[in-house]
Design a protein around this ligand. Structure first.
Ligand code: LIP
Length: 271
C-alpha cells in the first residue's frame, strides 16, 4: 500500500490545479461538443482531465485509471490493486451555461471497488472536501458531519435526472412521490457536490438513477465518513449501488423512510 497521506496531499493539489485551469476557461465563451443528445463536453473538461490523469499515472503507474472524457488508462484493471475514478468537471451542463456550480471529483478505490480516498474541489467557492476511509471527512480541513434531521417533513434534499430521459428510469415517478413529502427539493446539476453537501450538512439527502463511478465514488466516501448512509433504493450496498444504477445518500436518520418511499415507486402499481 502506498502512503495514503501522501496520496491525499498530492490528489488535493492536483484537484486545486485543475480548478484553477477550469476557472480560466470559465470566463471565456465555451466550445460545446455533444456526446449524446443532451450530454455535452467542453474544452475545459478535456484540458482538466489532461492535467489530472497523466500526473496520477506518472505517480502510480501500477494503478488503473478511469476518466470521464478519456476512458481507461494505466495498468490493466485485472492486474491493478487500485483504481482511480476521475471527473474533471462534474456539472458540465452548468459549466457550459455559465452557472457557477460544478467541481472536480477524484476517487481512489481498492480492488473490490470500495472507495478509500475521495477529493472534491469546488473552484467557485474554493471549497475542498476530502474523505479518507476510517479517518473522517473534512471541508477546508475542518471536520464535517451530516445533519440530525430525523423527519422527512423537515428534510431538504436534492436529486438529478439522467441525460437520457426517454426511458422508464428517468426519475419522474420518484420525484413525484418524494417531492410532496419533504420540506424542500433541489436539482443542482452536480452529483458530486450534492453528495459533498449531504456530508457537510447543507442537505439531508440526495438520490439519483444511473450515474457513473466518477460522479459519485468520492462523494459516497464523504457521506459515509461524515456519518451518513449510502445505499441503492432498496437499502442495499451491492452492485446496483456500486455501478451507479441507483444511489440514495442520507444523514442516516431518514434513510429507512427514504428507502420506503423510493421502494414504493418501484412497485408495478406505483405512479
Ligand atoms: C452529471 C451529474 C448530474 C447528473 C447527470 C450527470 P457531468 O455529471 O453530476 O448531477 O444528474 O446525470 O451525471 O456529466 O456533468 O459530469
Amino acid at each position: 500500500m502506498h502512503n495514503l497521506n501522501a496520496m491525499r496531499q498530492q490528489t488535493t493539489q492536483i484537484a486545486r490545479d485543475a480548478g484553477k485551469l477550469i476557472m480560466k476557461h470559465y470566463g471565456k465563451p465555451h466550445q460545446i461538443d455533444f456526446k449524446g443528445t443532451h450530454d455535452v463536453v467542453t474544452e475545459a473538461d478535456k484540458a482538466a482531465e489532461a492535467l489530472i490523469v497523466p500526473a496520477l499515472v506518472a505517480a502510480y503507474p501500477s494503478h488503473h485509471f478511469v476518466g470521464e472524457e478519456g476512458g481507461h488508462t494505466g495498468a490493466p484493471i485485472e492486474e491493478a490493486e487500485y483504481r482511480w475514478y476521475i471527473d474533471p468537471i462534474d456539472g458540465t451542463t452548468n459549466f457550459a451555461n455559465h452557472i457557477p456550480h460544478f467541481c472536480t471529483s477524484i476517487a481512489l478505490a481498492d480492488a473490490n471497488n470500495q472507495p478509500i480516498l475521495g477529493v472534491i474541489y469546488d473552484p467557485n467557492r474554493d471549497e475542498m472536501f476530502i474523505a479518507e476511509r476510517g479517518a473522517g471527512a473534512t471541508l477546508n480541513d475542518t471536520p464535517i458531519h451530516v445533519t440530525q434531521t430525523n423527519n422527512l417533513d423537515l428534510s431538504v434534499m436534492s436529486t438529478g435526472f439522467p441525460y437520457d430521459r426517454t426511458t422508464g428510469d428517468n426519475n419522474f415517478a420518484q420525484f413525484a412521490h418524494i417531492a410532496p413529502r419533504v420540506r424542500g427539493i433541489r436539482r443542482f446539476g452536480s452529483a458530486a457536490l450534492d453528495l459533498a453537501w449531504v456530508a457537510c450538512g447543507r442537505l439531508d439527502a440526495y438520490w439519483e438513477w444511473r450515474i457513473n463511478r466518477w460522479d459519485f465514488f468520492a462523494g459516497w466516501l464523504l457521506v459515509t465518513e461524515a456519518g451518513g448512509t449510502v445505499t441503492d433504493f432498496s437499502g442495499e450496498t451491492g452492485e446496483t449501488l456500486n455501478s451507479g444504477a441507483q444511489i440514495l445518500a442520507t444523514n442516516s436518520q431518514i434513510h429507512a423512510e427514504m428507502v420506503k418511499g423510493l421502494k414504493a415507486t418501484l412497485e408495478p402499481t406505483a405512479g
